[in-house]
Design a protein around this ligand. Structure first.
Ligand code: MSP
Length: 512
């Protein structure tokens, strides 16, 4: 079995500062990366910035900067965000780097050599904001303006000489590819959208622009720059040192296991990208998962709509792990999710402070008051203890499957369910009444601690900082966080002294 896992986020346009939507894709990808890591996989997690094209050139002009300077400034902010969000990414790629240019040029040359590209003229609609070409039937007129039906973005009429990729030729091979790889596109609804789009007929795709300069020059004709999406998608290869296909990174990690993207860029990843790769004789990625949008007041959060929730502000007020937890739990993965500070506060209070925080606090305080934090070897599990503890080993395969199907919702439901159950266990067992029965007392405490440990391991991919803090109770570090260990009911050494922890999550006081 291949023990490597390659996961990517979209590379973000540094046209404006990052917002919650960007943070969301990155946090979700980090969740999968961290889970795979504790499962024993060698993980390569990539993120970065997409710096060419008309959108960036225009944004730079509006800020009176040259495009490179402009990208340097904003890309730096995206890179800092990876630290602020505690992402475990292994690399941060920028499409203005030489390593990427080399890789994109190489793809172009291969496509040209294989006669997949021809020179002609493009006349049609283009949206600078989406960096996308749209056909006539994808456009509507609203208040005298032409906009894309799909994204609502303004489009303009473009007529210029352009290179084309023979996308039409790949219609059937793509349909066959989707059929042979039924989980290439998830969730299922998005897969159906893509298949009907492809069945509706594919036109050849314009892949170069001539009317502006901010891009990678076409290697064989410097009057053109490469279409920004062909350039950008190649980033997933560049980070593995493509075109050097003999190097370890490429050999170990290509084809990518999972591209996490928003549903807005599904067509590029699920149609154009595999078509480019099939045409270049490179294996397509294994899966593209198109998640929903973070909405603010029913609208997609975006700079142009002016409805941004700033992740930095939220983190300053509530902390990082609450935000990570909230986004992963409350935005039903795959669907759109409306987020608000009020919902975030409720989630912190109910799940993190009352449920998880309280469980840890109660057990440790009890242990401190009654056992001086010293656990004992003298324990005997009864049926109730065993039932509670073994619900993890029983669900071990289910949990792996949740992850492999990107079913975050079931994963987190399992955790929440186990948290309730562990709290109930502690209440029902009433250790405060067992002071005269040392064996039972020791066993209840040991079982509760094992439950805390197991839940904490499952929480690690979501709230890594807090999980590490809790693991510190047992003097464990990151290396003791392994998925396999949730099957073990006797993992915690029985003769250790526990370390006290402070409050994990402060309850948010409401004024009403
Ligand atoms: N540069 C392209 C992607 C190239 S990938 C080869 C791009 N960049 S973007 O800056 O517009 O970011 C797009 C991604 O950010 C979306 O696909 C999505 O993953 C995330 N989001 C941006 N706004 C979002 C929301 N409001 N909600 C959720 N995610 C969104 O497109």
């Amino acid at each position: 079995m291949k023990n490597n896992f390659y996961i990517t986020t979209p590379i973000y346009y540094p046209s404006a500062n990052p917002h919650m939507g960007h943070a969301y894709s990155s946090i979700v990808a980090d969740f999968f990366a961290r889970f795979k890591k504790i499962q024993g996989y060698k993980v390569f997690y990539l993120t970065g910035t997409d710096e060419h094209g008309q959108k960036i050139e225009t944004a730079a002009k509006n800020n009176n900067k040259n495009p490179q300077e402009f990208c340097d400034d904003i890309s730096k902010i995206f890179k800092e965000l990876t630290k602020i969000l505690n992402l475990s990414n292994n690399d941060f790629i920028r499409t203005t780097e030489e390593r990427h240019k080399k890789s994109a040029e190489n793809i172009w040359k291969i496509l040209e050599k294989k006669k997949e590209i021809y020179l002609s003229k493009y006349s049609g609609w283009y949206s600078v904001s989406d960096e996308a070409f749209y056909s006539e039937d994808e456009i509507v007129e609203e208040n005298g303006k032409n906009i894309s039906k799909q994204s609502g973005s303004l489009v303009e009429w473009v007529e210029e000489e352009s290179y084309f990729f023979k996308l039409s030729k790949w219609e059937k091979p793509l349909l066959k590819f989707y059929e042979d790889n039924p989980k290439f596109i998830l969730p299922e609804t998005r897969k159906n959208e893509v298949i009907s789009f492809v069945k509706g007929g594919l036109k050849d795709l314009s892949i170069s622009r001539k009317s502006f300069k901010w891009g990678i020059p076409v290697p064989t004709n410097k009057d053109h720059v490469m279409y920004v999406w062909l350039d950008a998608l190649t980033n997933y290869l560049s980070a593995l040192n493509y075109p050097d296909t003999k190097n370890e990174l490429y050999k170990n990690f290509w084809p990518a296991d999972l591209h996490i993207i928003g549903k807005d860029i599904l067509r590029f990843h699920a149609v154009y990208w595999p078509a480019f790769l099939l045409a270049a004789d490179i294996k397509p990625p294994k899966r593209v998962y198109g998640h929903g949008w973070i909405l603010s007041g029913d609208k997609k959060m975006s700079k142009s709509k002016g409805n941004i929730l700033d992740p930095l502000e939220i983190i300053k007020i509530y902390g990082l792990d609450p935000l990570r937890y909230y986004l992963i739990k409350e935005v039903s993965f795959g669907n759109d999710g409306n987020i608000s500070e009020e919902k975030l506060e409720n989630c912190i209070n109910s799940d993190l402070a009352n449920n998880y925080g309280n469980l840890c606090q109660r057990v440790i305080s009890f242990c401190e008051k009654n056992m001086n934090l010293q656990i004992s070897e003298n324990i005997e599990f009864n049926d109730y203890d065993n039932l509670e503890l073994s619900s993890f080993s029983k669900n071990y395969l289910n949990i792996s499957n949740f992850i492999d199907n990107q079913d975050i919702n079931s994963y987190i439901s399992f955790i929440v369910d186990r948290l309730f159950s562990a709290n109930k266990y502690f209440n029902d067992q009433e250790p405060w009444k067992k002071k005269n029965d040392k064996v039972r007392l020791n066993t209840i405490i040991y079982t509760s601690l094992e439950l805390i440990r197991k839940i904490t391991i499952l929480l690690y991919p979501i709230i890594p900082q807090t999980s590490l803090k809790v693991m510190n109770i047992f003097n464990y570090t990151e290396k003791e966080i392994t998925f396999d260990s949730i099957k073990n009911n006797n993992f915690i050494k029985k003769d250790i002294k526990l370390t006290k922890i402070g409050i994990l999550f402060k309850k948010i006081e409401k004024n009403d």
